[in-house]
Design a protein around this ligand. Structure first.
Ligand code: ADP
Length: 165
């Protein structure tokens, strides 16, 4: 039997404040699974925000360049509403640890219950399992070395941001 080809569009929502090597790892893996991947930077106010949504989108855009099938934009409000607007088939999320699983399960089940949308999880490489944007912001504010945890463009921006404080 010949299966009909199905075009699958995924969104990868998050705060990305800032994008880390862990996020990039999930993006690299995700793009092999989907025909189109939209990285969706949430505009809702987050605790201890470091970069504006515009800056966060800019950093992601610098990293994805003109990779085919990948784009970035910001969104406001509910992820499932945004997913519907984009006609996305799938929500992509990354998993680092068992602690993530509990929260992500709840989120994925809620999203499926309210909007019928599936969530696909990608496990990060071991080396990024401990990387989080929250820790990046904390380490940066204390002047720590982040060169192994974030891409170069993010590192440079963090340095500039911190030197202004
Ligand atoms: P949120 O603010 O909703 O927690 P984030 O912007 O921190 O979202 O992350 C978006 C997604 O990326 C989440 O699914 C999160 O679990 C995942 N993620 C974050 N850091 C990593 C990492 N180091 N490795 C794999 N996935 C990650």
């Amino acid at each position: 039997m010949v299966m009909a080809e199905k075009f699958v569009r995924a969104i990868f929502p998050g705060s990305f404040d800032p994008i880390t090597n862990g996020h990039l790892d999930v993006i690299e893996r995700g793009r092999k699974l989907f025909d189109e991947l939209v990285i969706a930077v949430g505009r809702s106010p987050v605790k201890n925000q470091l970069f504006t949504p515009e800056e966060r989108v800019e950093m992601v855009a610098e990293l994805i360049g003109d990779m085919p099938g990948i784009s970035v934009e910001s969104f406001e409000g509910l992820t499932v509403e945004y997913a519907a607007k984009k006609k996305a088939d799938v929500i992509l999320r990354g998993l680092r640890s068992l602690t993530d699983v509990q929260y992500e399960f709840q989120l994925a089940m809620t999203n499926r219950a309210v909007a019928g949308i599936e969530t696909v999880f990608i496990m990060t490489s071991e080396q990024y399992g401990f990387t989080s944007s929250t820790l990046i912001r904390e380490i940066a504010s204390l002047g720590g070395d982040l060169s192994n945890l974030v891409p170069k463009n993010v590192y440079d921006r963090l340095k500039r941001r911190m030197s202004k404080r």
